[in-house]
Design a protein around this ligand. Structure first.
Ligand SMILES: CC(=O)N[C@@H](Cc1ccc2ccccc2c1)C(=O)O
Ligand SMILES: [Mg+2]
Length: 365
């Protein structure tokens, strides 16, 4: 396979409702998409970076720039998706940008050979149970209405965003209203070690897990918290690659891992993290970064691997978007079907893609 060019496209898609987390409120999903053109097939990639460096240090303008200026030129001699990460290894960071490029080349490679991504990754299921991430709301009644709507829609697990000042009370209210539904919380690193006693209050609610309570680089703090709390600790932002996963498990900083291919540099590294966790008996689940149907398709394929033992944030398209750029992913009995076509198994609908495109750059290699 020979890569001839990569199109770098920025899209903006309004969210159906504002999504508030401890690091800010999103109302529009701005994302960088890649279309890799090769002599055999085309492939699509999606970059998980947000508009501003609030979830991580990456952001869409920087990703588009580092791709056009450094990463795409560096893969001119690459002949297969497995050679993309080694070709980009000299560049520090920019993992969501690297993930998007590897994804586009992997998609092209697989489409050229007629192989679905799920097969290439080692999926063992044809559908995955889906959870949903619920943002912080202005009032508890509003939160209960939102949770009720998602349970009506069939979601198999509820995740509540929390932060200091919005934690025990909303969790208690959801438990009182909805009983023992599968329930977990995500702090997006908004607490400090001095909150340990307060966070122990969450043990009363039989949660599946407490996701990333402390700073990304505080593995010792998470290990200390894991010793004090009954609620299992899950890491998200801290798990930047397979080596970080092994370190976190060895230090007993987490008992569960949220795998996000964008955060770790791609689907191939995500597969390696899956294997490291499986080897240590650590269950994983697939996190979400408000992906379009392209990233959603790839995440559902990944979530079908054997050690993905907990429902992920692989929600339906309409949880975020009125209109997705691909045929929408729709919940069926709380599950999403794993795409069966070659590569991602879905492609953008050209007119829908053009409607949300704000810029495109053509980078010949
Ligand atoms: C579904 C969910 O909660 N995702 C992330 C947080 C998140 C939320 C919004 C984002 C917007 C743009 C880019 C990354 C983003 C990540 C999490 O699990 O921590
Ligand atoms: Mg998270």
């Amino acid at each position: 396979m020979k890569i001839t060019a990569v199109e770098v496209r920025t899209v903006r898609m309004p969210l159906v409702t504002p999504f508030r987390t401890s690091f800010g409120t999103e109302t529009v999903r701005e994302a960088v998409l890649l279309r890799a053109v090769t002599d055999e097939a085309e492939g699509w990639g999606e970059c998980g970076a947000g508009t501003a460096p609030l979830y991580s240090s990456e952001y869409t303008h920087a990703a588009a720039d580092v791709l056009a200026r450094h990463l795409i030129p560096a893969i001119r001699h690459v002949r297969s998706a497995h050679h993309v990460a080694p070709a980009l290894a000299e560049f520090k960071g920019h993992r969501t940008a690297k993930a998007a490029l590897e994804m586009a080349i992997l998609d092209a490679d697989l489409r050229a050979h007629g192989q679905p991504l799920s097969h290439a990754l080692g999926a063992t299921r044809t559908e995955v149970p889906c959870g949903v991430s619920v943002g912080i709301t202005n009032t508890v009644p509003e939160l209960l209405d939102t949770v009720g709507g998602y349970l009506e829609a069939g979601y198999r697990r509820i995740k509540l965003k929390i932060e200091p000042g919005w934690d025990i009370e909303p969790v208690r209210a959801v438990r009182e209203r909805f009983g023992d539904i599968p329930l977990q919380v995500d702090a997006n690193a908004s607490y400090s070690p001095h909150h340990a006693g307060h966070l122990a209050g969450l043990d009363a609610f039989d949660l599946l897990l407490l996701e990333q309570p402390l700073a990304e680089d505080d593995l010792p703090g998470h290990a200390e918290l894991a010793r004090r709390l009954r609620t299992p600790i899950c890491l998200d932002e801290s798990i930047v690659d397979a080596r970080a996963a092994a370190a976190a498990i060895t230090m007993k900083a987490c008992q569960i891992v949220n795998i996000k291919p964008g955060r770790v540099g791609g689907y191939l590294e995500a597969r390696r993290i899956h294997d490291v966790c499986a080897a240590h008996g650590v269950p994983v689940w697939c996190g979400g970064m408000l992906e379009t149907g392209l990233g959603r398709a790839a995440n559902v394929a990944l979530a079908a691997l054997p050690n993905f033992l907990l429902p992920g944030d692989t929600s339906a398209s309409d949880r975020y978007f009125h209109t997705d750029i691909t045929p929408p992913f729709e919940l069926a009995d709380g599950h999403l079907a794993v795409p069966t076509g070659p590569g991602l198994g879905v492609s953008p609908v050209p007119e829908l893609l053009d409607e949300v495109t704000v810029s495109t750059t053509w980078v010949a290699v």
